[in-house]
Design a protein around this ligand. Structure first.
Ligand code: XIL
Length: 485
C-alpha cells in the first residue's frame, strides 16, 4: 500500500533535493553549497532523511539547540517523550504533552517524526510489570491504540517493539513475552496498524548492525512476520557504537539482506562514543565510524534515513549511561562541529552529486510491486538483428518516492554492444539515483544507458538496472523504448 507523506514533508524534502542538487551542480555559489544542511544533503542523496533524537528539556530552554535542530535536520525522534512511562504513567492516564510539543515543532520545521516507542521492557511503568499476566495483552493493546490514535497522521514511522532480543539472539523475557510468548510482536504490529494504517511500523534494536546471532534472530523474526502477512515496514538499527569495540562486521551486507526481505531499513540512534578524555586521534577514528555508517546506508537503496541519538555532546545520554565515556555526537558541547560532522556531510555530498561508485550488491529489493503491474515496451528489432525490450516494475513505493527495476532483454540475434532505455515520466517523477546504468533526466525525459560491465547481453539473455525517484501526486508507470547497439 502506498504510504502518504504529508505535503509539508514533501515540500521540505523537495526543497532539500533542489538546494542540494543545485549545490552539487555548482549552480549555487560554493559558499552556499558548503552550507547545505545534513537534511538537504540526505534528501539529495536518494531522497533520504537525516534526523536526530530530541530532548524536550533542550527544546524548551536552549535557543542555540533549537536553531541547529530546525535547520540541519529533516526528521526528529523524541528521546523520551513518547515512551510508556511518560505517556501512561498510571493505567488509563495519558499525558501526551511532551510528544505534542515536539510534533508541533516538527510541523513548523517541515520535519518527519519517528515515534519512539510503543512496547519496550525499559522505561516501562511499574504498574505494567506488576499486572497479572492475563491482563498484559489488553493493557498493551490499549496503550498502543491510544498513543498511535492520538498521533495519527503526524508520525512517519513508529518503533512498535523496541529491543526484543538478548545479545545471544534469544527473546528477552520481559512481561510481554511472559504473557504472550513471541506472539506479542505480531499483536503489537497489528494493533498499531489498525490505529494508523499509514504510519510505517518498525522493530528496533541494538547490536544488530553487523552480522551475528542477534542480527540473525531479528532477520528470522522479520522473515517470519512477512511470511505471515503481519504489517511490518521496517527495521531500525540503533547503531550505538564505541570506537574501542571496533566497527560492526558486514554492516552494508547486513542492511542489504534485511532490505531484501521487503522492508525499509534505517539507522535510528547513531552515536559513536569514546573513552574520555576526547583526543583528536579519537575524533578521527570516530569520524571514520560515522562515515562507514553513512556509506553503508547510502549503498542500500531501502536505507531510508539516518537518525543520530542527539546531535550535541551537551545533551548526550552516553556519559550518564557508560561510565567514563562520551563525546559521541556530531557537535561538541559548545555546538562546534567535529570531524564526524564533516565526514558525514562529505559522504552525503558525494552521494548527492552522483560521484560515488555503483553499489556492489544488487539493490533494489524484492518487495512486490505496489502500484501498476510491470509495463513492457514492444520489442524493436531492426533488420540488422539487434534489438531489445525493456520492462519496468516498481519494487517499493512510500508515497513520496519509489524504487523500480528495469529488465533489459536482448530480442535480437547477436550480442548487444550497448543498450539505451528511454522514457518520459507521466507525472513529476524525478530520478535521484540509478545503479547498473548511466542516466540523465531533462524535464520528464529520461535515458538510461548500459555500463561497460553490463553492455553485452547475449541473444535471449537479459540484464537489469534499478532506480530510485521522488514524486508527488500519481506514480503512473512510463512507457519504455529500448534500443540496442
Ligand atoms: C535513552 C535516552 O537517551 C535516555 O535519556 C534515557 O534515560 C534512557 O533511554 N535505546 C533506545 C533509546 O531505544 O530509547 C534509549 O534512549 C537509548 C538506547
Amino acid at each position: 500500500m502506498p504510504r502518504t507523506l504529508r505535503p509539508v514533508w514533501l515540500a521540505a524534502l523537495a526543497a532539500g533535493v533542489l538546494l542540494a542538487m543545485l549545490g552539487a551542480l555548482g549552480v549555487l555559489a560554493p559558499r552556499a553549497a558548503a552550507q547545505s544542511t545534513l537534511g538537504q544533503l540526505a534528501s539529495a542523496a536518494g531522497g533520504r532523511y537525516f534526523g536526530t533524537a530530541v530532548s524536550n528539556s533542550a527544546l524548551t530552554s536552549d535557543t542555540t539547540y533549537t536553531s541547529i535542530l530546525g535547520s540541519q535536520f529533516s526528521a526528529v525522534t523524541p528521546e523520551n517523550a513518547m515512551k510508556w512511562d511518560t505517556v501512561e504513567p498510571n493505567q488509563g492516564q495519558f499525558d501526551f504533552s511532551g510528544g505534542d510539543q515536539l510534533v508541533s515543532y516538527a510541523k513548523q520545521h517541515n520535519q518527519l517524526v519517528r515515534g519512539h516507542n510503543l512496547v519496550w521492557h525499559s522505561q516501562l511503568p511499574g504498574w505494567v510489570s506488576g499486572l497479572p499476566l492475563n491482563q498484559v495483552q489488553a493493557a498493551m493493546e490499549n496503550h498502543i491504540t491510544q498513543e498511535v490514535s492520538h498521533y495519527k497522521g503526524s508520525i512517519y514511522a513508529w518503533d512498535v517493539v523496541n529491543e526484543p532480543f538478548n545479545d545471544d539472539g534469544s527473546y528477552r523475557s520481559d512481561v510481554f513475552y511472559q504473557a504472550m510468548g513471541t506472539g506479542y510482536i505480531a499483536d503489537a504490529l497489528r494493533t498499531a496498524h489498525a490505529a494508523d494504517p499509514s504510519a510505517k511500523l518498525y522493530l528496533n534494536d541494538y547490536n544488530i548492525e553487523g552480522t551475528g546471532a542477534k542480527a540473525d534472530a531479528m532477520y528470522n523474526l522479520v522473515s517470519s512476520l512477512k511470511a505471515q502477512g503481519v504489517p511490518i515496514d521496517g527495521v531500525g538499527f540503533e547503531t550505538h557504537l564505541a570506537i574501542q569495540y571496533g566497527f560492526p562486521t558486514g554492516m552494508q551486507q547486513n542492511l542489504q539482506r534485511f532490505a531484501a526481505l521487503g522492508v525499509d531499513v534505517a539507522i535510528t540512534e547513531l552515536d559513536v562514543r569514546m573513552t574520555l578524555p576526547e583526543t583528536s586521534a579519537q575524533d578521527t577514528t570516530q569520524a571514520d565510524y560515522y562515515s562507514q555508517v553513512t556509506n553503508a546506508c547510502l549503498a542500500v537503496s531501502r536505507c531510508v534515513g539516518i537518525t543520530v541519538w542527539e546531535f550535541t555532546d551537551k545533551y548526550s545520554w552516553v556519559p550518564g549511561t557508560f561510565s567514563g565515556q562520551g563525546a559521541a555526537d556530531l557537535y561538541d558541547s559548545n555546538y562546534q562541529t567535529k570531524p564526524a560532522y564533516t565526514a558525514v556531510a562529505n559522504d552525503l555530498t558525494a552521494a548527492a552529486g552522483g560521484t560515488t561508485a555503483p553499489p556492489t550488491t544488487a539493490p533494489p529489493t524484492t518487495a512486490p510491486p505496489t502500484t501498476a503491474p510491470p509495463t513492457t515496451a514492444p520489442p524493436t528489432t531492426p533488420p540488422g538483428g539487434s534489438g531489445c525490450k525493456a520492462s519496468y516494475a516498481v519494487s517499493s513505493d512510500w508515497g513520496s518516492g519509489f524504487t523500480a527495476n528495469v529488465t533489459v532483454a536482448n530480442t535480437g540475434s547477436a550480442d548487444t554492444k550497448s543498450w539505451k532505455v528511454s522514457w518520459s515520466w507521466p507525472g513529476n517523477q524525478a530520478v535521484v539515483n540509478m545503479w547498473n546504468a548511466v542516466y540523465s533526466q531533462s524535464g520528464t525525459a529520461v535515458t538510461a544507458t548500459s555500463q561497460s560491465y553490463n553492455a553485452d547481453i547475449p541473444p535471449g539473455g537479459s540484464t537489469s538496472f534499478g532506480l530510485q525517484a521522488t514524486y508527488s501526486g500519481g506514480n503512473t508507470a512510463p512507457t519504455l523504448t529500448c534500443t540496442a547497439g
